[in-house]
Design a protein around this ligand. Structure first.
Ligand SMILES: [Zn+2]
Length: 213
């Protein structure tokens, strides 16, 4: 099974991808975590993208395309989270998978109103060790159970969030159109609890996608 999880920052893509990974046994490939790990390890890629990431801008296509191809060579069953983010990336991925099948089976789009996104993101804290996310509205922890510190990501402050939303709105429409034309797109209402979102995703997978594979 090869799937893409699309959605605004804060819509819960990472959480849903982890749940799908656990239930269906596909590998969760998070572009955000991969890029942040490169920065933390101060690799060559990490040093070149640090400024771009902290401004909330997008890392250039050549770098993310290369990262994803390396990962797709290692895993057959995957959930792509944070990639593709542009039409160019989606077309690149499409071409790559046609030469290196299997191709995509499904694309989920987690939909959420802008006001909900801003309130979710500005209260978000991330464990600096295991990358699990928490929200200050629901959790009052000092530390993650794994021992890591809960920090606000550099790109989760209100100004950067507004900028990221503008970037997102401009990029999602062509992606939505592209995957609709491919017959792969399934919009999911993300303005509900984590369990309910996951139930909607599972229903599509169990009733429609898996019987075709
Ligand atoms: Zn942790």
């Amino acid at each position: 099974m090869r799937m893409v999880m699309l959605g605004a920052p804060g819509a819960g893509k990472g959480t849903q991808a982890r749940l799908v990974s656990t239930k269906y046994g596909a590998v969760h490939l998070s572009m955000g975590s991969t890029l942040r790990r490169e920065v933390a390890e101060q690799s060559e890629i990490g040093r070149s993208i640090r400024g771009t990431l902290s401004k909330g801008d997008m890392v250039e296509d050549g770098i993310v395309n290369m990262i994803i191809e390396n990962q797709l060579q290692r895993y057959e069953s995957v959930i792509l989270d944070g990639y593709p983010r542009t039409l160019l990336q989606a077309e690149h991925l499409d071409g790559y998978l046609k030469e290196h099948p299997p191709v995509l089976d499904v694309v989920f789009l987690l939909e959420l109103p802008v006001e909900s996104i801003i309130s979710r993101l500005s209260g978000r804290r991330v464990c600096d060790r295991c990358s699990k996310t928490y929200h200050i509205q629901f959790y009052r922890l000092e530390r993650c159970p794994c021992g890591g510190r809960l920090i606000q990501r550099e790109d989760d402050n209100p100004d950067t969030i507004r900028h990221r939303m503008e970037v997102y709105e401009a990029e999602i429409q062509p992606l939505r159109d592209f995957y609709t034309r491919c017959g792969l797109l399934y919009p999911i209402d993300a303005d509900q609890g984590v369990e309910d979102i996951f139930a909607d995703i599972s229903e599509v997978l169990d009733d429609t996608i898996l019987p075709q594979i």
